[in-house]
Design a protein. Structure first.
Length: 511
């Protein structure tokens, strides 16, 4: 514990992860006057998802004005939609401006978190470092923290080069190579146009096509940057306009409404305008409702597929072979390298770090059939622990940072209640959590995400532990304040000082 500046060997808070959520939580804790905390980051730099995803073309599909914190506005975004490098630079800027780096411990991989009921604190085991104790914990590791190669038969037999989109190999030379891209999701549609520019051939293996909308990425004028810097309220207004514009999109993608038809018409018009060949258009036409899977925002993907050196393969993959990929009709496609744009191990059925709560209960076991929490932030039986981007907090139409900012303000208030009230524990009631989740699943049953398609939003048996079934305003409003009646608040035991021993006069020594 000597490497940490702590009082009585126990921190007020530990934040696990130094991505957007972890840095934002640290800033708001400091704004609240809470400074006895550290951020434990397993990597060697801040940034989380945006540090790890450095593949060619990596960018955000939410406008930069909205994909940033309202308490840390950036007037200097270069485009409507920013690339990963610029987003990472924004995170570094926040760390510097709010003096957060002194609280970060890099190379600290948390391997176990256990609640100590007697002491009223969490015990965190760290690989290669001293253990840490803290009264409260913020799990800011994020749902897109862990990436791994997909479970495809024969993957270990392939002798060529394998690359995951979230672990990009910048030393590999794609020029003149035969490349396969497995996957056609949000990462793939950004990677493919860049690979087509340099590789000899690119074959894209598609399981299901997605709804694709045009992405108009305009350069921000210098005069606009100067105006935002001089008049912050102008940028606040721009952010608000983007917010309400995206909020209206919920009516077309969260539920099936007449606006869903409009979204689909825009997607079909975009496909028809960019793809002339009727057969290719048919292969790229989704057969599920718009919004059921994540919408894809790109104006470059369809043109890239039609380049002479690019081919779309829609036959299912049967197995990987030593030289490439064999599809179900028996054709073997040979490649120098395979890029897997197959997403992440989303923690909707477990936890990225083993967490043991009250009475030895294990969170991964409780979440094995689908993750559940109270307002996505707290879990009964795991007191004084708060999750960012926890169960059922995913937006289908708006910025993740709008949801995340609401979570951060809520958990900072909750931590303040524990510290200022000198509480042993604040544990959400099980009955309240159960009622909340029953309501969530009832509402989710009416959404597009539960309308029949297969997506990473759902577990294998169709349980939706990922998305929030409503508007961003509804999600934010439910986190305006901590409803203390929903928690069991237990005060810390304060030992009374012992009174000095009073000896009876008859026992005093004779003089």
């Amino acid at each position: 514990m000597s490497e940490f500046d702590v009082r009585d060997g126990v921190l007020d808070a530990v934040i696990v992860g130094a991505g957007f959520a972890g840095i934002g939580s640290a800033i708001r804790l400091r704004n609240k006057g809470i400074d006895n905390f550290v951020i434990l980051e397993r990597g060697s730099a801040v940034g989380g998802t945006w540090r790890d995803n450095t593949y060619p073309g990596a960018a955000c599909d939410i406008p930069s004005r909205l994909y940033s914190y309202s308490f840390a506005p950036n007037p200097n975004w270069s485009h409507t939609y920013s690339g990963s490098g610029e987003i990472l630079e924004y995170i570094h800027t926040m760390v510097g401006e709010f003096d957060i780096e002194s609280r970060i411990r890099f190379g600290h991989n948390v391997v176990d978190i256990i609640w100590n009921e007697a002491a009223g604190h969490w015990h965190l085991s760290i690989d290669g470092h001293a253990d840490v104790r803290a009264r409260t914990v913020v799990m800011a590791s994020g749902p897109l923290a862990n990436a791994s190669l997909p479970n495809i038969r024969g993957i270990d037999t392939y002798e060529g080069h394998k690359i995951h989109s979230a672990r990009w190999d910048h030393d590999y030379d794609f020029e003149g190579k035969k490349i396969a891209v497995v996957g056609t999701g949000a990462s793939a549609v950004q990677i493919v146009p860049e690979l087509v520019k340099i590789a000899d051939t690119v074959k894209v293996f598609q399981r299901t096509p997605g709804w694709t909308l045009p992405r108009m990425n305009r350069k921000t004028q210098g005069s606009t940057k100067r105006r935002y810097a001089r008049y912050p309220q102008a940028q606040t207004l721009a952010r608000s306009l983007w917010f309400w514009g995206h909020e209206s999109v919920a009516l077309g993608v969260v539920w099936k409404t007449p606006l869903t038809r409009i979204v689909e018409l825009v997607g079909r018009a975009h496909l028809r305008r960019q793809v002339r060949d009727p057969w290719l258009r048919r292969q790229l036409t989704p057969r599920f409702r718009a919004g059921c899977k994540r919408l894809l925002m790109t104006s470059d993907y369809y043109p890239a597929l039609q380049k002479p050196n690019c081919t779309l393969v829609t036959w299912p993959i049967a197995t990987l072979s030593p030289k490439g990929i064999r599809t179900v009709e028996g054709v073997e496609h040979r490649f120098d390298a395979i890029v897997f744009a197959t997403g992440f191990d989303v923690s909707n059925t477990g936890t990225p770090i083993p967490i043991t709560g009250r009475d030895g209960r294990v969170l991964a076991d409780e979440w094995s059939a689908g993750a559940k929490a109270y307002k996505s932030i707290a879990v009964s039986g795991y007191p004084n622990m708060y999750f960012t981007f926890g169960p059922n907090s995913g937006p289908g139409h708006s910025s993740a940072l709008v949801y995340m900012e609401a979570q951060i303000d809520y958990l900072v208030e909750a931590i303040s209640l524990v510290l200022d009230g000198n509480l042993h524990s604040a544990d959400v009631r099980q009955d309240v959590q159960d009622a909340y989740n029953e309501e969530m699943q009832r509402k989710l049953a009416k959404t597009t995400w539960n309308s029949g398609c297969s997506s990473w939003y759902l577990t294998e048996d169709g349980f939706n532990a990922t998305m929030f079934p409503g508007f961003a305003t509804q999600y934010v409003n439910q986190l305006r304040s901590v409803e203390q009646g929903d928690f069991t608040m237990t005060p810390r035991r304060v030992e009374r000082p012992r009174e000095p021993l009073r000896m009876h006069e008859s026992t005093l020594p004779l003089r």
